[in-house]
Design a protein around this ligand. Structure first.
Ligand code: OAD
Length: 233
């Protein structure tokens, strides 16, 4: 039975990484137009990098939550795949291998001149904005900004997985950002049972077969160890 899990910022909230929308969300304090668009980067790469360096610092201090760990453990036992909108790499740090990153990775950099991509885990960065180790060009975070296309390969894999899912779980996403937000609906239309785990209602709620109105760790524990296995844990 194929289980596909779409995760959003809510799963990392339990690791202490701020979400984007809602209470304490980053987009309440900052305007994405100033920090997360190609135009903002062109205008002021230093400002954009200072913000990303700050977020990298927060993420470096965070530990994978119980929710991340449950998914990593179940991947070894079930046909389970994660599609994430998160750029923090916490799924991989928890041990997940089958992860599709839709919005890139905050630890990877990309040269705007020569196009090379590589991981750079230094935090704080010594030089802001950082420079390419190959050609000396300007580096940018290898994440998807507003107005940019998602990485083609990741998106295609996400569609394939969604179409082949028998159970599709949407965990900790406000389901407001496309195309990620349409994946649960694609899965549902092709016959999957849709399960939502989120303390709040979202646009997905009316489509969900099961809504678990709680945090990610508690919700995943309940879903996998009570509903699926029919036993407590
Ligand atoms: P949002 O910040 O939009 O939504 C976070 C969701 O997590 C909300 O629905 C909350 O109710 C829920 N939530 C909060 N605490 C939770 C908890 N403990 N357990 C489970 N859920 C919880 O985050 P995303 O949906 O991931 O894009 O946002 C999607 C995209 O918007 C992000 O990837 C980012 C942003 O702009 C890019 O950077 C391209």
């Amino acid at each position: 039975m194929r289980i596909v899990v779409l995760t959003g910022a809510g799963i990392s909230a339990e690791s202490g990484v701020p979400t984007f929308r809602g209470k304490g969300g980053l987009w309440r304090r900052y305007d994405p137009k100033d920090l997360a668009t190609p135009e903002a980067f062109e205008r002021d790469p230093k400002l954009v990098w200072e913000w990303y360096d700050w977020r990298r610092g927060l993420i470096a201090k965070a530990e994978p939550s119980e929710a991340h760990k449950i998914l990593a453990k179940l991947e070894k036992e079930k046909d389970l795949w994660v599609i994430t909108q998160n750029v923090d790499g916490l799924h991989q740090r928890a041990g997940s291998k089958r992860v599709v990153e839709l919005h890139g990775n905050i630890w990877r950099v990309r040269c705007v001149s020569c196009g090379v991509r590589y991981y750079d885990h230094r935090v704080p960065l010594e030089e802001i904005p950082p420079r390419c180790k190959e050609c000396g060009g300007l580096l940018r975070p290898d994440v998807v900004w507003f107005g940019e296309a998602l990485p083609q390969e990741a998106l295609e894999r996400a569609y394939e997985l969604s179409l082949s899912a028998e159970i599709f779980l949407a965990v900790g996403t406000s389901a407001q950002v496309y195309p990620a937000a349409e994946l649960p609906l694609i899965a549902k239309r092709s016959g999957a049972k849709l399960v939502e785990i989120n303390p709040e209602e979202t646009p997905l709620t009316p489509h969900a077969d099961v809504s678990i109105r709680t945090g990610a760790s508690e919700g995943l524990r309940r879903f996998f160890y009570t509903i699926i296995d029919g036993e407590g844990d």
